[in-house]
Design a binder for this molecule. Structure first.
Ligand SMILES: [Fe+2]
Length: 333
């Protein structure tokens, strides 16, 4: 047994490294009150993620006082459990309203340039990076996995977003607008997104939006408050021919997975919502969402996406404290 022929050993090594490269694990979470304990760092690491993505509300800092916002970021960044987590995995992210600085805030928030600088400081983006010289925190990154790749496209749904239409009946907070001049991303970001999708050679394209893309009946913030922008996105996904598109969203302090087919195409479009790492909508009872698959999770949660390059599928999981698995859904492309 001491002299195993080399010809038998080499194929074993090659098989092992191929299998490893055909998998990629993305973890995702949002809504982290810096004054509350976050019990998710350990269970997230138990999933051995290749990257963690913030879906917004990294801190709660509704303010026009930028010294206070800086203090809140630093307080959280130096928290020992997050400091340890940062050393263990890659981290990227977008903001939502409470780290942007204004509840449900959009284009008119007067401190958005300063807030952007603090956001980029939090992520240690260096001063020469072009992201320092453009408005908005949108950006992208490609992760190589063996012979294939995954593109992560991170949107800014705050900096350019037009005012939302309030529900005059008062039953809901917002209603879908018929004003087709209103925008979710602004023209520059739309042009950038178009180029990101059209030029993508990746097997999977993950679009991170702080607010939900598919679920739209609840009356809170959602892409559905601008139906013309939803149509524009779906038309772009179709025309770009970008492969394996999936949305990640947060904001709601619940988790749910939504999915729909796209007309006249083979495309399944899923939106994995995970929100509430430190606090969640515990009193949640029900709300309609025609696209929901499975159930709503109102306990504290995070999400894990397991990419299988060989099977060309993503297994989306909603998990919680102690790494408990609440829900699992497979998207096949
Ligand atoms: Fe939140």
């Amino acid at each position: 047994m001491r002299n195993i022929p080399l010809i038998l050993v080499i194929p074993l090594i090659i098989t092992f490294s191929c299998n490893k490269d055909e998998k990629f694990v993305l973890s995702f979470g949002s809504c982290n009150n810096q004054n509350l304990p976050n019990p998710m760092w350990k269970p997230i690491l138990e999933n051995d993620p290749d990257v963690f993505i913030w879906g917004g509300d990294i801190i709660y800092s509704d303010t026009y006082d930028m010294n206070l916002m800086k203090h809140n970021y630093n307080r959280f960044k130096n928290d020992s459990s997050y400091a340890y987590f940062r050393e263990q995995t890659e981290i990227m992210g977008v903001w939502d309203d409470h780290d942007y600085g204004l509840n449900d805030g959009g284009v008119h928030y007067s401190k958005k340039d300063s807030a952007q600088s603090l956001f980029l400081d939090f992520f240690d983006v260096d001063l020469e990076n072009p992201r320092r010289n453009r408005q908005g925190i949108y950006h992208s990154r490609v992760f190589k996995t063996g012979g294939s790749s995954i593109k992560i496209i991170l949107l800014d749904t705050r900096f350019f977003r037009s005012d939302l239409e309030k529900d005059p009946s008062g039953k809901k907070r917002y209603i879908p607008t018929s004003n087709t001049e209103s925008t979710m991303l602004g023209e520059k970001q739309w042009a950038w997104l178009q180029s990101e999708l059209e030029n993508s050679t990746s097997q999977f394209n993950v679009i991170v939006s702080s607010i939900q893309f598919l679920s739209k009946e609840h009356g809170f913030e959602t892409w559905g408050n601008m139906p013309h922008e939803v149509k524009r996105m779906i038309d772009l996904i179709k025309s770009s021919k970008a492969r394996g598109v999936i949305f990640l969203s947060g904001d709601r302090h619940i988790a749910e997975i939504s999915s729909t087919g796209i007309e006249n195409s083979e495309i399944e479009l899923a939106d994995v919502t995970s929100s509430g790492m430190t606090h969640s909508y515990e009193s949640f009872t029900s709300e309609p969402n025609a696209y929901r698959v499975g159930k709503v999770i109102s306990e504290k949660n995070f999400a894990v996406l397991r990419f299988d390059m060989k099977k060309n599928q993503i297994t989306a999981e909603i998990r919680g404290e102690e790494n408990i698995l609440f829900e699992q859904y497979v998207v096949k492309y």
